[in-house]
Ligand binder design. Structure first.
Ligand SMILES: Nc1ncnc2c1ncn2[C@@H]1O[C@H](COP(=O)(O)OP(=O)(O)OP(=O)(O)O)[C@@H](O)[C@H]1O
Ligand SMILES: [Mg+2]
Length: 285
C-alpha cells in the first residue's frame, strides 16, 4: 500500500440493525495531510461513514484500513492514538463539569504531567477563542461555544488525523470562517490529516482541497471542488446546491448569455471573472 495513504475504505456497505441501508459500496482513499470534505444532505451517510472509519461501526461489509492495517484488527486504543473524532452533537462528547476539566481529560489520560496538560489545555482553549471561560460549566456554554469546546478537547491531544462531523454547524458566520481557518492552519502547518463532514457548500471551495459527494449512502462523485460542482440541476438531485456565487454566475452565463469562460466558486474568483468579462465587453464597444 502507498506509504502516503492513511485511510483506505474499500467497497464498504453497512445497514443499521433496523434494516436501514446507510452506506453502499463506498470507496475512499485519504492521503497523508489531505483536507477532505464529505458533502451530503441530511441522512446521506456522512456520520455513519466517519464512525465506520473510526472503528465505532464494526459489522460492515468490505474493508477499512488505517495505515495499511485492517481497522477491525486494531484495538480502540490503537485507533484513538491516531484518530480524533469530533462528534456532530457536542452534548454526546462533553461530560466533565468545567470547560478546563473537559479539555484536560484527553491529555491527562495520555499521561502528560500537570504543566504540560495545563499548557495544552490553555493553548487549545485559546485557539478556539474560549479564553476566560475555563471555569464555566460546559452545560452553560452556548451551543456554538460547546462545538468549539469539543474541538479544543481534540486539539489538546494533538492527533495526526482528525475526523470532524459538521464542525461549523451552529456557529455564526464569523465563527464558521474562524473554525475553517483554524482547521486549514492545522492541516497546512502541522500536517494534520482532516476528514470533515459538512453540508456547507459555500465554505467548501474556499477551504477544502478535495471533496466527495455522498447521496443515499453512495459516493456519487469526488475530486477538487471545481471537478465536483456541476450545474445547479445536478446539485438539486442530491438535495444540495452550488455555492451561491457559482449559481449567480451560472445563471448569468446560461440565462442572460453573459460571457464567462468558467464558473467561479468563490467571491475572489468571481470578482476576477466579472472584471475580465466587463473588460472584454467594454473593449468590444
Ligand atoms: N442508529 C441508527 N439506527 C438506524 N438508522 C440510522 C441510525 N443512525 C442513522 N441511521 C440512518 O442511516 C442513514 C444515514 O444517516 P447518517 O446519520 O449517517 O446521515 P448524515 O449524512 O450524517 O445526516 P445529517 O446531515 O442529518 O447528520 C439515514 O437514513 C439514517 O436514518
Ligand atoms: Mg450526520
Amino acid at each position: 500500500m502507498d506509504d502516503l495513504m492513511r485511510l483506505f475504505v474499500e467497497n464498504v456497505s453497512y445497514s443499521y440493525p433496523d434494516g436501514t441501508s446507510a452506506l453502499s459500496n463506498i470507496h475512499l482513499k485519504v492521503k497523508k495531510a489531505a483536507f477532505v470534505g464529505l458533502l451530503g444532505a441530511n441522512g446521506s451517510g456522512k456520520t455513519t461513514l466517519l464512525r465506520t472509519m473510526d472503528g465505532l461501526v464494526k459489522d460492515f461489509e468490505g474493508s477499512v484500513y488505517l495505515d495499511g492495517k485492517d481497522i477491525r484488527e486494531l484495538t480502540p486504543k490503537q485507533i484513538y492514538k491516531k484518530i480524533g473524532l469530533v462528534f456532530q452533537n457536542p452534548d454526546d462528547q462533553l461530560f466533565a463539569s468545567t470547560l478546563f476539566e473537559d479539555v484536560a481529560f484527553g491529555p491527562l489520560n495520555m499521561g502528560f504531567n500537570k504543566d504540560e496538560v495545563n499548557r495544552r489545555v490553555m493553548t487549545a482553549i485559546e485557539e478556539v477563542e474560549l479564553t476566560g471561560l475555563e471555569k464555566k460549566s460546559v452545560h452553560n456554554l452556548s451551543y456554538g461555544q460547546r462545538k468549539r469546546a469539543c474541538i479544543a478537547g481534540l486539539l489538546a491531544m494533538g492527533h495526526e488525523i482528525l475526523f470532524l462531523d459538521e464542525p461549523t454547524a451552529g456557529l455564526d458566520p464569523m465563527g464558521e470562517y474562524k473554525m475553517m481557518n483554524l482547521l486549514k492552519k492545522l492541516n497546512k502547518e502541522n500536517g494534520v490529516t482532516i476528514v470533515m463532514a459538512t453540508h456547507s457548500v459555500d465554505l467548501v471551495p474556499v477551504f477544502l482541497d478535495e471533496l466527495h459527494i455522498l447521496s443515499g449512502g453512495k459516493i456519487t462523485r469526488g475530486g477538487t471542488p471545481e471537478e465536483v460542482f456541476h450545474a445547479p440541476e445536478d446539485m438539486a438531485d442530491i438535495k444540495l446546491r452550488l455555492p451561491h456565487i457559482a449559481e449567480l454566475i451560472y445563471r448569468l452565463k446560461h440565462e442572460d448569455k453573459v460571457d464567462f469562460e468558467r464558473i467561479p466558486l468563490t467571491i475572489g474568483e468571481a470578482r476576477r471573472e466579472i472584471l475580465k468579462s466587463l473588460d472584454t465587453s467594454l473593449k468590444g464597444r
